[in-house]
Design a protein around this ligand. Structure first.
Ligand SMILES: [Zn+2]
Length: 259
């Protein structure tokens, strides 16, 4: 297996994260772990501090967390992210989720908070990682204010959404779930390799199981699938997506070469 980067996983939800990191170091260039809840911020940063040059992090807030928080708590968290700018490579995941949040007032609230994080990404000049479920139209509208790189994490939009995203030069991140989702497989040929990122969203979305056993290096299965669909070599797909990952998260100088 060539060297690879998983641009989106959740080490904080893995049972033995240190074991996973140890194994990942033998197979991968880097891992980007995504913090989606205030209570996980310190744990997420501890993975970065213990594994410099290998584990990178983004700090964000899942839309489903928002209704349980006060504005004071959200503002404190935004300040925490500002103070930790040098320890992170992006803002996210943040976004909108109309699958879980159906109440109109709460949807408005999450949109308001989402836009605060778009402003924060602009201010800190960091890419923003987007969670969108059944909400692409509103996500696109809010993102009109984004002046930074946009990563659509675990992309699940329609072909029309994909077209719009590519026109806006957003990064499309395909999760390992694509290995078992025929709807998502139809998107493969429509994504230019220059816009493509690979992620697992592990421990969720295992390519073969419904248990929480997905691991960062499983992006190689997605790379195999894409390569076979496009008539390319897996190595070629991984070479481009790894290059893309380094570019969007500006990790070129930081990745350790000696691991
Ligand atoms: Zn995630």
């Amino acid at each position: 297996m060539g060297k690879i980067i998983d641009v989106h996983c959740h080490l904080e939800f893995m049972k033995h994260p240190d074991k996973v990191i140890k194994e990942a170091k033998t197979k991968m260039d880097a891992i980007v772990t995504s913090c989606a809840a205030i209570k996980h911020r310190e744990l997420t940063l501890s993975f970065v501090k213990k594994n410099p040059g290998f584990v990178f992090a983004t700090l964000g807030l899942s839309p489903s967390e928002v209704p349980n928080l006060t504005m004071g708590e959200i503002n404190d968290y935004v300040e925490f992210i500002r103070l930790n700018k040098k320890n992170i490579v992006g803002i996210g995941e943040v976004g909108l989720d109309y699958h879980w949040i159906k109440n109109k007032e709460q949807q408005k609230e999450t949109k308001f908070v989402f836009e605060i994080f778009i402003g924060l990404a602009n201010e800190l000049h960091l890419p923003i990682v987007i969670h969108s479920r059944n909400a692409m139209a509103d996500v696109f509208k809010s993102l009109e204010n984004a002046r930074t790189d946009v990563v659509l994490h675990c992309f699940s939009g329609s072909p029309a959404d994909l077209k719009e995203a590519i026109e806006r030069k957003y990064w499309i991140s395909l999760a390992t779930i694509v290995c078992k989702s025929h709807t998502r497989q139809r998107l493969i040929g429509r994504i230019p390799l220059e816009n493509l990122l690979l992620e697992t969203d592990s421990p969720w979305l295992d390519p073969f199981s419904s248990d929480l056993v997905n691991r960062p290096w499983n992006i190689s299965f997605t790379a195999d699938l894409i390569a076979s669909r496009l008539g390319m070599l897996t190595e070629e797909v991984l070479l481009q997506t790894t290059k893309n990952a380094i570019k969007v998260f500006n990790m070129g100088q930081a990745i350790r070469k000696d691991i």
